[in-house]
Design a protein around this ligand. Structure first.
Ligand code: MN
Ligand code: MN
Length: 295
């Protein structure tokens, strides 16, 4: 990894830490998800960066992939996962936390389980563990508290303008004996009281460009020009496009989706519809060792 790249990863991490602190201060029970999404986006811009993906605001059994549209009146409640991505020149910081918004703190232990799993997996990185060993640390931490890890969600490698690149980091003790090479990675344990798997549900209102190409309507062309210039292959929100292009947005997005230009990310929902907690940090592995950029 080049010095410039390391610098950008670190800078993205520094900004992510500030945005996380801001979000923890900002979010209150019953606040509209739309307001949270808009304020977090604004904060990222004020700090001189762009989102690497739209902030994911996922409630209860939705493990990941939810962002409100302009018409969405969903309020923050229950067990809320806040997953934030920042990029500097395409180099990404990916970090998440969970909030218990219930009056009786009923998700406290479930949240602790994913946080503890993350901490325990980060702690062994200096021992050059196999992917199996990282997964084992996560699984044992979560199961020791009586919960289950979500086995079909995983941590991942990061690359320039790619949130999911190369290897995946398991949330359970799989049989992958490979070690982590130099590069950037996110570890993200998910803990649940349910069976520990997710399925793909309805739209997250998050999209990414798969393959830019010309479409018929002016609105679809304008949207593609805008998102390609700003995000390339990184995910973006329908909400941002609605704010920029107004009521014609959905038509343009639909045309781009049908033409195979855009991918629409589905919500990831726990199979037994039980609540899910998440914790996540990004680290880089360089010649000088491990740096956790978002902690
Ligand atoms: Mn994330
Ligand atoms: Mn991630």
């Amino acid at each position: 990894m080049e010095e410039k790249e390391i610098k950008d990863y670190k800078q993205a991490g520094e900004i992510a830490k500030k945005v996380i602190a801001y979000a923890k201060e900002l979010i209150k029970p019953n606040m509209p998800l739309l307001e949270i999404a808009q304020k977090i986006h604004k904060k990222i811009n004020e700090l001189g960066a762009e989102p690497a993906f739209p902030v994911n605001l996922s409630i209860n059994e939705i493990a990941a992939h939810y962002h409100p549209t302009l018409e969405d009146d969903t309020k923050a409640s229950g067990l809320l996962k806040v997953d934030i991505g920042i990029h500097i020149n395409g180099f990404i910081a990916d970090t998440a936390f969970s909030l218990d918004l219930t009056s009786d703190n009923k998700y406290k232990e479930l949240i602790k389980a994913s946080e503890q799993a993350l901490e325990n997996s980060l702690k062994i990185l200096n021992k050059n563990p196999t992917l199996h060993q990282i997964g084992e640390a996560i699984q044992e931490s979560i199961e020791s508290k009586g919960f289950s890890p979500i086995v079909n969600l995983s941590g991942h490698e990061l690359a320039q303008y790619k949130v999911h690149a190369g290897i995946t980091i398991p949330n359970y003790a799989n049989n992958n004996e490979n070690k982590i090479e130099k590069g950037a990675y996110a570890i993200e344990p998910f803990a649940t009281t349910g069976q520990g798997q997710v399925y793909e549900g309805g739209t997250s209102n998050i999209y990414s460009v798969i393959k830019p190409k010309n479409t018929r309507s002016p609105i679809s062309r304008k949207i593609l020009d805008y998102v390609w210039e700003k995000y390339q292959t990184l995910p973006f929100s329908l909400r941002e496009i609605q704010e920029k292009f107004g009521p014609m947005t959905r038509l343009g997005i639909k045309e781009l989706e049908q033409a195979g230009v855009l991918h629409n990310f589905p919500q990831l929902i726990e199979k037994s519809h039980k609540p899910v907690s998440q914790a996540e940090h990004t680290f880089i592995k360089t010649n000088k060792g491990i740096i956790i950029t978002t902690q």
